[in-house]
Write a protein that binds this ligand. Structure first.
Ligand code: C2E
Ligand code: MG
Ligand code: MG
Length: 744
């Protein structure tokens, strides 16, 4: 057991005081007992002496009276008178014997009628001798009896003596009685002393304890307070003031403690500010944001209110940093932080002034996560719309041009919004959600906001699963190129095919490119995939040409990365050389979305590719930007009208008009046209009617593995009966295979 200072102090004082008091009390009691014994003995002695003196005096007066009364009877020896006198004397209490004797000590009378002891000698010879020597009386104390002899004289002549013997039994009894009483008195007084000593001890003990406590309080209490203060400091709590109200050393110590706590507190606040704030914008940093977010979540949980976390990412900030330098970037971030904070503050003001349609005051906290990312925590929202309103205002504020180092700079912001408790109830989940939503906003085309929805999480999970599996898929050669025939509509012949990648997943079976091409692009695996596709396509062309003994082309879909890769033309040349195939056998498909990412570079690469002789097609035409300038700027062989226009062609007049217009436009620009996604005969009829040269779709065949595709072509050849080898191989328009395809 650990005792604190005060307890130890009090315990020691109590033990010492208790021992001293008990010792003192014992000493007093012992001394009292001794004194009482002494007093009792002395009193008993004194009283005994007093009683003896009284007995003796009584006996003396009796014997004196007797001796004077016996003078005459003894002188005249009147026996009867002597007898009466002695008998009278014997009647006195305590008188046990009386004897009259002559000067020689011979007994003359003993008070009995018969004078039994007549003539005998008195037992005490010294008594007789003393009387003969002139003493008037002589007393002897023997065997509890007092014998007092008195001379009987006539004039100077000694006639004899009378001896009175008294029993001292009664005196002894009285003395014993008196002793008992004295003892009782002394016992009572001792008891009283014990009680008094005990009471005094208890009182002193209580007084000592009180004194001890007061002393302890005076000395130990301030020390305890100082110890508590030290504990607080060691636990990082510096908000205390010791008020000991003393002017001694302890008071000075307390003052020093107070000064120290104040300085530590100041220091801690500074450290806290540095640790929890962003040095550039002075806004709370990521750490603080998490703290604020957790607190806000707790409050919104308790109050069952709605809150939002918004993640703001500046659009094109990197460009500003790269072109104007980091100092300018910092200035821009500061200004952006100020605008966001102002906007949030304005929002609050509007609510306060009642100009916003909700009755409760919102609170928003702005933080900078790092880089060009900011967050706003908006609590106590009435509806989801409120978060959208704040986001909209922030976007507007950041859209206004910035003047940085005398240059006008334009940026924007993409904002991801997630709501609690709807989307999640922990800080980590909300931050992740807001991040996903922000990416969604960027994906939507920047300068906008997006709310998180659970589909995003599923997408991300799918993304990371695919990302993990893609690497292994290459090692295990799980990819395969499927071929989908392209048909010349006027002749119904297969002139080529589009190469479409497939993933033979060991568990999920055949996986379509929509699920993994974008993942490969985002993870960088696309380069490996592109190389594999090109190489496989070239080897397939070679293979098919040899087997079918006719010219044939494959159209390969390029990735965005390939489109801007300056090495692509040389790569193509090498492949064409390696597989000994003509450039016209390898068609390349690009989309407008890819082109606009870096039009300059794409044009550079595509010009070189066209120079090699590979036909270039604009894929999915009509869905993207459908810019006529693209048709002019890039060296295109043709366009592929997207499936979206073909799908409802047979049902919707508007789609028919659009598809027809696109075909006409392409023709006028001297471009080839392939209609994608032709599934029905009616669609094919319309296309034929509008003289659309080429078609591709399930009507003719689904994408097939190489062997099946080869079998399909061979079957068609068989039907046709003669392999066509004379077909040209330079372009899609020219290149016709011998195979005629029947609608399936
Ligand atoms: P895309 O280049 O527009 O390819 C045509 C898509 O339409 C193919 O989907 C094809 O299977 C599908 N399709 C063809 N005819 C019909 C039809 O009649 N009805 C319907 N509903 N669909 C039809 P797939 O194979 O899933 O490919 C999707 C996209 O993936 C392609 O669109 C292309 O952009 C991309 N892709 C395919 N293979 C590769 C590749 O090897 N490399 C790259 N970078 N992208 C590829
Ligand atoms: Mg394509
Ligand atoms: Mg397409």
């Amino acid at each position: 057991m650990r005792l604190n200072l005060q307890a130890k102090y009090q315990l020691s004082i109590s033990i010492i005081l208790t021992l001293s008091i008990v010792l003192l009390a014992l000493l007093l009691l012992w001394y009292g007992k001794q004194a009482s014994v002494e007093v009792r003995t002395a009193s008993a002695d004194l009283m005994r002496h007093e009683m003896m003196v009284q007995v003796e005096e009584r006996a003396l007066s009796l014997v004196r009276a007797l001796s004077s009364n016996l003078v005459n009877p003894l002188y005249s020896y009147r026996i009867e008178s002597i007898y009466r006198l002695l008998a009278n004397a014997l009647k006195n209490n305590d008188v046990v014997a009386v004897e009259v004797f002559d000067p020689h000590g011979v007994i003359q009378h003993d008070g009995t009628r018969d004078i039994t002891r007549f003539g005998a000698k008195v037992s005490n010879g010294r008594m007789v001798a003393a009387l003969n020597h002139g003493a008037s009386y002589h007393s002897t104390l023997e065997n509890g009896r007092l014998s007092l002899a008195h001379a009987i004289k006539i004039g100077d002549k000694l006639l004899g003596g009378v001896c009175l013997t008294l029993s001292l039994e009664r005196v002894s009894q009285n003395i014993a009685l008196m002793n008992r009483e004295l003892k009782e008195i002394s016992q009572t007084s001792r008891n009283r002393q014990v009680v008094i000593a005990l009471a005094a001890s208890l009182l002193s003990l209580a007084a000592a304890l009180v004194l001890g406590m007061m002393l302890a309080r005076y000395l130990v209490y301030p020390i305890r307070q100082l110890v508590q203060a030290t504990h607080s400091i060691s636990e990082g709590q510096y908000h205390f003031t010791l008020d000991l109200k003393r002017r001694d050393e302890l008071g000075e110590l307390a003052d020093s403690f107070n000064a120290m706590s104040r300085s530590l507190d100041r220091h801690q606040q500074e450290v806290h500010h540095i640790a929890y704030h962003d040095a550039l914008t002075e806004l709370p940093n990521r750490l603080m944001m998490k703290k604020l977010l957790n607190e806000s979540l707790e409050t919104s949980r308790k109050e069952e209110s709605l809150m939002a976390l918004m993640l703001i990412d500046l659009d094109n900030f990197k460009e500003v940093n790269d072109s104007l330098g980091h100092d300018a970037g910092d200035l821009l971030l500061k200004e952006a932080a100020r605008r966001i904070a102002d906007e949030v503050r304005n929002q609050q003001d509007l609510v306060m002034r009642g100009e916003l349609p909700h009755d409760r005051v919102e609170q928003q906290m702005v933080s900078r996560l790092g880089g060009d990312e900011f967050t706003v925590i908006a609590v106590d929202l009435s509806v989801q719309k409120d978060a959208a309103a704040i986001a909209r205002r922030i976007i507007q504020a950041l859209r206004r041009p910035f003047v940085i180092q005398e240059q006008v700079v334009g940026i924007g912001a993409s904002i991801g919004i997630t709501l609690a408790p709807l989307d999640g109830e922990s800080a980590e989940v909300l931050i992740k959600n807001a991040d996903l939503a922000m990416y969604q906003a960027k994906y939507k085309g920047k300068n906008t906001f997006a709310f998180y929805d659970q589909e995003m999480t599923r997408e991300i999970e799918k993304f990371s699963r695919v990302k993990q599996e893609l690497g292994a898929a290459f090692e295990h050669a799980e990819f395969e190129l499927y071929l989908q025939p392209q048909v010349r509509l006027d002749t119904g012949r297969v002139v080529g095919s589009e190469a479409l990648i497939r993933w033979n997943h060991p568990e999920r079976g055949l996986v379509l490119p929509g699920e993994f091409v974008q993942v490969a692009e985002e993870t960088g695996l696309i380069a490996q995939m592109d190389d594999w596709v090109l190489e496989s396509a070239c080897s397939m062309v070679r293979y098919l040409e040899q087997r079918l003994n006719s010219s044939f082309y494959l159209a390969v879909n390029l990735s965005s990365q390939q489109l801007t890769d300056k090495r692509l033309p040389r790569k193509l040349q090498r492949l064409l050389g390696n597989y000994k195939i003509s450039s016209g056998s390898l068609h390349l498909e690009v989309t407008e979305t890819m082109l606009i990412k870096d039009e300059g570079r794409a044009a550079l690469v595509l010009d070189q590719v066209a120079a090699i002789g590979c036909p270039i097609w604009l894929d999915d035409f009509g869905t993207g930007f459908s810019s006529i300038s693209h048709l002019q700027r890039f060296p295109l062989t043709g366009i592929k009208i997207d499936r979206a226009f073909i799908k409802n062609l047979h049902e919707r007049e508007r789609d028919r008009q659009l598809a027809h217009a696109l075909i006409t436009l392409a023709k006028m620009l001297n471009l080839e046209v392939t209609a994608e996604g032709v599934e029905r005969e009616e669609q094919a009829l319309y296309l034929k009617q509008w003289e659309c040269p080429l078609a591709q779709g399930y009507l003719y065949s689904r994408p097939l593995p190489l062997d099946e595709f080869k079998a399909l072509l061979q079957g068609l050849q068989g039907l046709q009966g003669q392999p066509q080898s004379e077909a040209g191989r330079l372009s899609a328009a020219e290149a016709e295979t011998s195979a005629e395809i029947l609608p399936v």
